[in-house]
Design a protein around this ligand. Structure first.
Ligand SMILES: [Zn+2]
Length: 91
């Protein structure tokens, strides 16, 4: 059995984890990049929904998929909710 001094054992263990540490750093970096893209996409979606909310010739029907405490209506054309935060009457 090979003998390790404590400092050399610590160094050996640190070296053993090098591959995983690099993988972790790479994955965290990729996750940060994906989150940034998701944020940009969500912003764009919000902007387009706002435009659609005011431009669409809405036809509201009862939203059967969203049965809760409040009655929800959804547009058959754009699929936005009548009670959406974009609705100026609710502000
Ligand atoms: Zn609509």
């Amino acid at each position: 059995m090979k003998y390790y001094t404590v400092p050399s054992l610590i160094l050996k263990l640190a070296t053993m984890a090098d591959k995983e540490i690099q993988q972790l750093q790479k994955l965290r970096s990729e996750l940060t990049a994906v989150k940034k893209i998701m944020g940009t996409l969500q912003q764009r979606i919000n902007q387009i929904e706002e435009v659609i909310y005011f431009k669409c010739d809405h036809y509201w029907i009862l939203d059967r998929a969203n049965v809760g405490e409040h009655t929800e209506y959804v547009c058959t054309h754009c699929n936005l909710s009548k009670n959406d935060n974009l609705n100026p009457k609710l502000h």
